[in-house]
Design a protein around this ligand. Structure first.
Ligand SMILES: *[C@@H]1O[C@H](CO)[C@@H](O)[C@H](O)[C@H]1NC(C)=O
Ligand SMILES: *[C@@H]1O[C@H](CO)[C@@H](O)[C@H](O)[C@H]1NC(C)=O
Ligand SMILES: *[C@@H]1O[C@H](CO)[C@@H](O)[C@H](O)[C@H]1NC(C)=O
Ligand SMILES: *[C@@H]1O[C@H](CO)[C@@H](O)[C@H](O)[C@H]1NC(C)=O
Length: 401
């Protein structure tokens, strides 16, 4: 590439940016700021100052150099930031963590706690600070960053609340998300590493994520939830209705509050009132998918019905304690078009869409698309003592007979 060409293309780029920045400034910026001032009530840790004309003008020029792209912060728990000027970051109640845009910007991490609001992508919702810590509802209000947002994704970087009661109901602590158009289950217990998609009406009202704690012991528990906003036309958008969405050719899907602990528990970790779909994106040139229980950390990798402490330990986690079809009426997973192999049947392939019990078949395969795992738990887990839920590993396959 010649020098003249390079100079010319840099100039074209600069003018395009000036154009975009000015039009954003003239048309979008005031509206966005007004919206922010009306709707955002940051918590006491983040001071929100009025924007003067001077600051706005300055911002237009600085925007020439900095586009508000995603950046990586220095913090391990809150790695996603937005590249902004340091004054912009401060004004939005963010925390500068590292630099970006060749040192001209800061990687701004937005963290919000109880009874605050955000219209910024990749906001981290966390427990209140020790001095603010109180029982009751702690709500983050999510305002759409623009009028083309169709989904919110919650990533539970860390989410530890108290365990459900004897019936698997989130009695003491719970997390809910409301204000969108898809139902989302109430969660409690340990959900670190889990995620959730939530469908929105792009023209609808605010979305609220609430963590409600009612017992003193919960004040010591913590959460960090990354909230990202997904455009209606984004390639990262999950198909409508998928509570969870996986795009890899192999991965492990855990039920909420799953822990493969061998420590004897009398009641259940499995949460009641679940009814959701886990969607797996079929990779190009793959035709099928197989599912196996993940017993890497112990034999409780698939314990969804029956009394675990009344069953011989060496049978738990084998295909002998797996149930299928009509045997599964209360809590079960559905793998549409499933063909399973079990020791009880000398691994002769048999068909079933439904699986439950204290073990999983040796393998379940299907060619039925889209690749789905449905999860159903009824309202009462009191008869399912010692259940942990499931940890199922899938693998997409290229050979389908
Ligand atoms: C913010 O400060 C006000 C007054 O100091 C106090 O009444 C309120 O409870 C605080 N809010 C939070 C979320 O701590
Ligand atoms: C928000 O950030 C995520 C990355 O966490 C990105 O994939 C998504 O496109 C962003 N949303 C918008 C509307 O820019
Ligand atoms: C669980 O049940 C066993 C047997 O009934 C009992 O000995 C134990 O104390 C119970 N543990 C808890 C934590 O309730
Ligand atoms: C299993 O746990 C329940 C609840 O604690 C208890 O009532 C029952 O006796 C236990 N069963 C066995 C076989 O230990």
């Amino acid at each position: 590439m010649g020098n003249a060409w390079r100079v010319w293309s840099v100039w074209v780029w600069v003018w395009v940016v000036v154009g975009v920045a000015l039009s954003a400034h003239l048309h979008l910026q005031p509206e966005q700021q007004q919206q922010q001032q009306q709707l955002e009530k940051p918590d006491n840790t983040s001071l929100h100052t009025e924007t003067s004309e001077n600051v706005r003008d300055e911002r237009v020029f600085i925007m020439l150099a900095i586009s508000p792209d995603k950046c990586n912060s220095k913090d391990i728990a809150t790695t996603f930031g937005t590249c902004l000027t340091s004054s912009d970051c401060k004004q939005r109640g963010g925390l500068s963590s590292g630099t970006c845009a060749k040192g001209l910007g800061v990687c701004c991490v937005i963290t919000r706690s109880c009874n605050s609001a955000t219209s910024l992508n990749n906001t981290y919702f966390t427990q209140p600070t020790a001095t603010n810590n109180a029982l009751g509802a702690c709500t983050l209000t999510i305002n759409r960053m623009n009028s083309n947002i169709c989904q919110v994704r919650l990533d539970f970087i860390n989410l530890e609340l108290s365990q459900p009661d004897f019936d698997g109901v989130c009695q003491d602590d719970f997390l809910t998300i409301t204000g969108g158009v898809s139902p989302a289950p109430m969660l409690c217990g340990l959900n670190t590493g889990q995620h959730m998609y939530y469908d929105l009406d792009p023209k609808g009202g605010a979305v609220k994520v609430t963590v409600d704690r009612s017992i003193a012991a919960s004040l010591a528990l913590t959460w960090t939830i990354k909230v990202s906003q997904i455009s209606c036309d984004s390639k990262f958008r999950a198909p409508v209705g998928c509570l969870q969405y996986f795009t890899d050719t192999t991965n492990t899907v855990n039920s909420f509050n799953f822990a493969n602990t061998n420590v004897f528990i009398n009641n259940t970790r499995q949460l009641a009132n679940m009814d959701y779909g886990v969607c797996i994106k079929r990779a190009d040139n793959y035709c099928g998918i197989s599912w196996q229980a993940n017993y890497v950390q112990g034999r409780y990798g698939f314990t969804v019905t029956d009394v675990a402490n009344a069953t011989a330990t060496n049978l738990i986690g084998t295909s002998y304690t797996s149930s299928t079809g009509d045997m599964c009426a209360t809590d079960f997973v559905i793998i549409p078009g499933g063909v399973y192999k079990s020791d009880t049947n000398n691994n002769v392939p048999a068909k079933s869409d439904r699986y439950c019990g204290l073990g999983f078949p040796n393998i379940v395969t299907t060619k039925t698309q889209p690749f789905m795992l449905y999860v159903t738990n009824d309202q009462d887990e009191a008869l399912d003592l010692g259940n942990r839920g499931f940890s199922l590993t899938y693998r997409q396959t290229t050979v389908c007979t």
